[in-house]
Design a protein around this ligand. Structure first.
Ligand code: PMP
Length: 360
């Protein structure tokens, strides 16, 4: 059978952990939260009126969007929700980026789905180099923006480095766009120590801020992400969504995400635990000779000078701990390590103290 050229060119994502291997590893490779969702979520699931599943969900996710809107003191028309921030991002791509306007700009080392969306939509892109300390260098964007570009996407903090830029730098970037092109600030990891840029939307209606419930709200299994933007931008993304599938979120996801987003007491507590674990773990492996970038996320990006990233990755995997190794030129020896529980990180630390692999 003939399949389309576009489909032939797609490279399916291969997870580090294969089906059937779940539970075999200490899983520190996909930045999930090591703690369970809040007790309020458990309670709501137990009491959930299962008969309601025969009904279609609210296509507008109004209750959930109202909860999110209240947190940011914005009207509900400025909030969009989708199946994970991945879906929100893909709708934004479709709604705002056109090949004839030039490439989408994003950091050289960043979330691996950005080039995937570009390929999927036939959209050219350009990777803007990181500074020598691996931070996002805004001056390079300002320089590049003198020529045509379709839009800009920057995660803050960036992934996989974990390094954040300041609100002042985001503002400088937005000013340089003169309101002409969409700027997406992907704040998937914002709750682990970075200030949100949502406050800039009022002055810059071309800014779209994307959040997820997968990381700080411990709900990666539910698939809920959302975006905050001007009414005009949200209207466009909503039109894209409605043309694909007018029900972005199922009934259960709308309900559970709503409860989780309101439970600050529990989530602030586990966020603080993750940040404390990040601090001691980074310090401990620095003492073992590792170079660790300053992270504001629920992961760290680190390399061991005495061995190749590939060798360390395979040794840790063979001993039961999965971390993420990208192997891209420039970061080939770095590993991205999700911050797990103290116990998980203690186990990893023991393995790291005892590495047998040699320089590769
Ligand atoms: N943005 C960034 C920077 C990410 O790292 C991830 C997930 N790893 C996502 C977006 C997507 O998150 P989700 O679809 O689970 O909301």
């Amino acid at each position: 059978m003939i399949i389309s050229r576009k489909a032939r060119e797609l490279t399916p994502y291969v997870p580090g952990e294969q089906p059937g291997q779940q539970g075999l590893y200490v899983k520190l490779n996909t930045n999930e939260n090591p703690y369970p969702p809040s007790p309020a979520v458990e309670d709501a699931l137990r009491r959930y009126r299962w008969e309601d599943l025969r009904l279609y969900p609210d296509p507008c996710s109004l209750a959930l969007r109202t909860t999110i809107a209240a947190r940011f003191e914005l009207p509900v028309e400025q909030i969009f929700v989708g199946n994970g921030s991945d879906e929100v991002l893909s709708f934004a791509w479709y709604g705002f980026f056109d090949p004839e306007n030039g490439p989408v700009l994003f950091p050289e080392h960043t979330y691996s789905f950005y080039p995937v969306y570009c390929d999927y939509y036939g959209q050219p892109y350009e990777r803007i180099p990181l500074a020598s300390d691996f931070s996002v260098d805004i001056s390079l964007y300002l320089e590049r923006m003198k020529e045509e570009y379709a839009g800009i996407v920057i995660p803050n903090p960036n992934a996989p480095t974990g390094i954040a830029i300041s609100l002042q730098e985001i503002e400088t970037l937005l000013q340089a766009t003169e309101g002409k092109r969409l700027v997406i600030i992907d704040e998937a990891y914002v709750d682990f120590g970075t200030e949100t840029s949502v406050g800039l939307i009022e002055r810059f209606p071309n800014l779209l801020v994307v959040h997820t419930c997968s990381k700080s709200r411990c709900l990666a299994g539910l698939r809920v992400g959302y975006a905050i933007g001007s009414k005009e931008v949200i209207q466009t993304i909503t039109a894209v969504k409605d043309s694909f599938n007018s029900y972005p979120l199922d009934r259960l996801s709308q309900k559970i995400a709503d409860i989780a987003i309101q439970d600050d007491v529990y989530y602030d507590k586990i966020r603080d635990m993750i940040m404390a674990t990040r601090r001691w773990f980074a310090e401990a492996i620095r003492k073992e000779g590792w170079e660790v970038l300053p992270s504001q996320a629920n992961f760290i990006f680190a390399r061991y000078p005495g061995a190749s990233g590939d060798a360390v990755y395979h040794e840790l995997k063979s001993k039961g701990v999965l971390v993420r190794h990208f192997g891209h030129p420039g970061i080939e020896d770095f590993l991205r390590i999700t911050i797990g529980t103290d116990r998980e990180m203690e186990r990893l630390l023991l393995l790291m103290k005892d590495l047998t692999c040699t320089a590769g």
